[in-house]
Design a protein. Structure first.
Length: 188
């Protein structure tokens, strides 16, 4: 659809947390994925479907949700994890859109902080996936643990050392919840 725009673009039509996607951070400086709310032409079949159903902001608002377009939608990942796609809408329905937006905005701020202070060029996807899959309270606990571990020696540590500490802390939290922080690729 040409010139299709949405009000809140950090959460996609289909339930992806676009604000936690590595491509979202590249899009500011390049022609990377603008998400389903970006200006211009989107080839996504869900955007077309939303337009055909009255310009819905989110798929869960449709009477037909979840439709066949959601069959196996969370089986593999793209640049961002698809594992919580359906659960994201369950949270929205349970707690309200305003509550979900507030949490996603906080997670996006945390991710920006991580990328600005702990990304050594190899951790962006790990941080994006961790912030997307872990609960907000767990993420905040990890940030506290990172700051505690780095402590007063922050100025003495290289960016690579700080990145390693942050990655190890997130992996530890994910392991406690039996969550894999690796993106799942489509099977050939």
């Amino acid at each position: 659809m040409n010139n299709y725009e949405r009000e809140y673009t950090l959460l996609s039509l289909c339930g992806l947390n676009c604000g936690l996607c590595p491509m979202h951070y590249l899009a500011n400086n390049t022609n990377s994925c603008p998400g389903c709310g970006g200006k211009g032409f989107q080839k996504c079949k869900i955007v077309t479907c939303a337009q055909n159903h009255g310009g819905l902001e989110f798929c869960y608002q449709c009477e037909e949700y979840p439709c066949s377009k959601y069959d196996n939608i969370d089986a593999a990942d793209s640049f961002i994890t698809h594992r919580n796609q359906l659960d994201n809408f369950k949270k929205v329905k349970k707690n309200g859109l305003a509550s979900y937006k507030s949490e996603l905005n906080i997670k996006t701020e945390i991710l920006t902080y991580l990328l600005d202070h702990f990304n050594d060029g190899r951790r962006k996807t790990l941080f994006c996936t961790a912030v997307s899959l872990l609960e907000l309270e767990d993420i905040q606990n990890v940030i506290d643990d990172i700051n505690l571990e780095i402590g007063k020696s922050e100025s003495e540590l290289s960016l690579n050392e700080k990145a390693l500490i942050a990655a190890r802390q997130f992996q530890s939290m994910a392991d406690r919840h039996n969550i894999s922080l690796k993106l799942r690729r489509k099977k050939k």
